[in-house]
Write a protein that binds this ligand. Structure first.
Ligand SMILES: *Cc1c(COP(=O)(O)O)cnc(C)c1O
Length: 715
């Protein structure tokens, strides 16, 4: 097989997205072009001149490396002794269907907006590595989520660019007659059609529904165009396509899932379609069937923030679901009751989270605190039960280690943990030997990562300034921003109010003293998008921008536009400290801090979400002690003070405490302690094993769980 053919095969399975050594092959062929095509190997291969490929192959042994990677991929796909193969029980024949409105797998496949999508991507990648039979179902958004630009006053501008579908690593899914698959969904006034794209994610597949087909009206063709764009009506119709269309697509492909896992409420209609499919074959009532469906359904709730729970007016819902309601043979009132906390309250809107909670027997929050908050939030669904008996438990989120780990660190761990350590990331003993890593070596590896982060930020900032075309008011060119040696704090996430991106900016004089400290200077890198309709979030970005332009902060606080997986990867791999200061208890889990630890960064966080269960007093820094005030202003003031105090008295002094070789040994000890205590516990492998163990196997009807637990224990 020729090199180009093998390259093409490699590019079409997203396996490469978590194998930096394969990415390095692509990049080495033509680094400029690689960047230009947004790290997309399919687009890259189309554009790279044959001459370049030939020449570089000869110089850099590209042929050999591609051949090696190709065999590595095929070996992976053919592996018969995975964890899932040993212990998968009924899921081995009938996979888990994992529904999510977004999947964040790589920057070149822009069908995600933020943390929840990235989590879904990590879930798929970890399921693939473990060999857990799982198929993802999502939507194909031709325009994805918006690209963020700031104008010359610091206001967010949104740009929607249409992806070239033939440049993406996805193929048309075929039906069993070998024709391109089409699924149809009735709604109140006619039918909507969808085609299905199929992406390979290692050993798992991902099906993406897309309404942009000729059979549809113009409006319907654009239905799946944008992620989280459009009004409630569009959103409802997208969710019908995801849930109902998704189940129909699986059926048409001959996939009979043993378990339905709904990642957040967007896909909760899948359970109604599952019921309809049973009712079509069996002469039963909806109530009888409902029990059977829920016993094999898992529902994960992701946020305590009210706006994160989709609600639709009763009329809108009834209109759209009329055909399905007929097939389910239930009354309007009974249908509405499925999405209402109080079935007798005619004024209550239809909530997708309520539908999910009512239709699933396995319901989970994503951290211990979030379990407590969710129980309180949904207590009304089980009015006779005390809080501790509300049937919502938790599985704390984790990150897919190989996706977020920088190559130099991966090499270091391979030397200490053994070559096959990524198969054992979820075991505490795998990480026990980090203490043996030489302090100097560890520190230097992290410095290399930090240097490349600073270089990356400089490229971004230079680019941003030239695009804005505005004169650079401060005189300094921000293309030379940041200092390689200064303690670097990162903050990147959605600009939602509760995440408080501007908490530190409430006291600019104290911030000035912190940043421009003679002995212990600090610098900040921020990034994040605000939802297009969130004017408050956009004002926060504007505030950040204004602060970055102040003479005392210029080049020391920088904002990187268009936070995506690429920006995120650079940041989490290179920062010294990762800041997370949400208003407790709003952060359901948070995962970006988990990515940082792998690469030698330390967390500085409010004791909320995952950090509340991760922090042990020595593996990072806590802001405050978990105080909660009912007055948000008082809360912000208290947290701001605690955050400044921690940076001034603990973080900065520890970072600059050096031995005669310039190594901050106490800091390195903390980094190592963080590595010993956190990555195994907050790995997506552990998370998927927990789902398998507590949800998938019991839901699939295994009498006793045959999956060994995350620690090799059995339940
Ligand atoms: C990891 C990640 C997130 C998650 O951020 P949290 O605020 O920690 O939940 C969001 N966006 C991107 C692009 C990420 O990679």
């Amino acid at each position: 097989m020729k090199t180009a053919q093998r390259f093409r095969e490699l590019a079409r399975n997203l396996y490469w997205t978590w194998h930096p050594e394969i990415i390095a092959i692509f990049r080495d062929i033509d680094p400029e072009l690689w960047r230009e095509v947004n790290h997309n190997p399919v687009a890259f291969l189309k554009r790279v001149p044959a001459e370049t490929l030939r020449k570089r192959s000869a110089e850099l042994a590209i042929d050999t490396r591609i051949t090696h990677a190709f065999h590595q991929l095929n070996g992976y796909l053919g592996e018969r002794t995975t964890w899932g193969a040993r212990a998968g029980g009924p899921t081995r024949l009938n996979p888990v269907a994992y529904f999510s409105a977004e999947f964040g797998l790589h920057e070149s496949l822009p069908i995600y907006s933020g943390g929840m999508g990235v989590l879904a991507g990590d879930h798929l990648q970890a399921a693939s590595d473990l060999g857990v039979p799982l198929v993802g179902i999502g939507l194909y958004y031709a325009y994805g989520y918006f690209k963020q630009r700031l104008d010359d006053e610091g206001w967010q501008r949104e740009e929607y660019l249409e992806a070239e579908v033939e440049d993406l690593p996805i193929d048309v899914a075929m039906d069993n007659q070998g024709h391109p698959l089409r699924v149809a969904m009735e709604n109140g006034n006619g039918k909507t059609w969808a085609r299905v794209w199929r992406a390979e994610v290692g050993r798992c597949s991902l099906m993406l529904l897309d309404t942009n087909v000729e059979e549809n009206s113009e409006t319907d063709r654009g239905l799946t165009g944008q992620l989280y764009g459009g009004d409630a009506h569009t959103r409802l119709r997208q969710e019908l396509i995801l849930g109902i269309g998704g189940m129909r697509a699986l059926d048409a492909l001959g996939i009979r899932p043993s378990v339905i896992h709904m990642n957040e409420g967007h896909s909760a209609f899948a359970t109604l379609e599952a019921a309809r499919q049973v009712l079509e074959r069996e002469n039963r009532s909806f109530e009888e069937v409902r029990e059977r469906i829920s016993s094999r359904t898992v529902f994960t709730t992701h946020t305590p923030v009210e706006a994160g729970h989709d609600r639709f007016p009763a009329d809108m819902l009834l209109g759209m679901l009329e055909p399905l309601r007929g097939q389910l043979r239930i009354s309007e009132k009974d249908l509405l009751a499925l999405g209402r906390v109080n079935p007798h309250d005619d004024g209550e809107t239809f909530c997708m989270t309520v539908l999910g909670l009512k239709m699933a027997r396995f319901r989970n929050a994503v951290s211990a605190i979030h379990e407590r908050v969710s129980r309180r939030m949904w207590q009304g669904l089980w009015p006779s039960r005390p809080l501790e008996e509300i049937p919502i438990f938790h599985i704390t989120n984790g990150v897919h280690t190989p996706t977020w780990l920088a190559m130099p660190m991966a090499r270091l761990y391979s030397r200490y943990h053994g070559e096959d350590w990524t198969d054992r990331v979820h075991l505490p003993e795998t990480w026990a030997d980090v203490e043996e890593i030489d302090n100097v070596e560890f520190w230097e590896q992290h410095q290399i990562l930090k240097t490349s982060l600073v270089d990356y930020v400089r490229r971004c900032v230079a680019h941003q300034i030239s695009r804005r075309g505005a004169p650079d008011a401060g005189g300094t060119t921000q293309g030379n921003c940041l200092d390689y040696t200064v303690l670097t704090v990162g903050f990147a996430r959605r600009f939602a109010a509760y995440k408080r991106a501007t908490l530190l900016f409430g006291d600019l004089r104290r911030l000035d003293r912190l940043i421009n400290h003679k002995k212990h200077p600090v610098q900040f890198i921020l990034a994040g998008k605000a939802h297009p309709n969130d004017e408050g979030g956009k004002s926060l970005i504007k505030h950040v921008y204004d602060v970055t332009q102040m003479p005392e902060f210029k080049g020391k606080i920088v904002f990187i536009e268009d936070h995506d997986i690429n920006v995120s990867r650079h940041l989490v791999q290179g920062v010294d400290v990762w800041l997370n200061n949400p208003r407790r208890p709003r952060e359901a889990c948070g995962t970006s801090g988990q990515k940082v630890v792998l690469n030698g960064g330390l967390n500085l966080s409010i004791l909320d979400g995952w950090w509340a269960e991760a922090y042990d007093g020595h593996n990072g820094f806590a802001i405050g002690a978990g105080e909660e005030y009912s007055d948000p202003e008082r809360q912000d003031e208290s947290d701001r003070d605690a955050l400044f105090a921690c940076l001034e008295n603990q973080v900065a002094p520890l970072y600059y405490e050096r031995d005669h070789d310039g190594i901050p040994n106490a800091w390195v000890s903390m980094q190592k302690h963080a590595l010993r205590t956190l990555p195994w516990k907050f790995s997506a492998s552990r998370m998927v094993m927990d789902y398998a163990h507590s949800c998938y196997l019991p839901a699939a009807g295994a009498l006793t769980s045959t999956y060994p637990g995350a620690n090799g224990r059995r339940a």
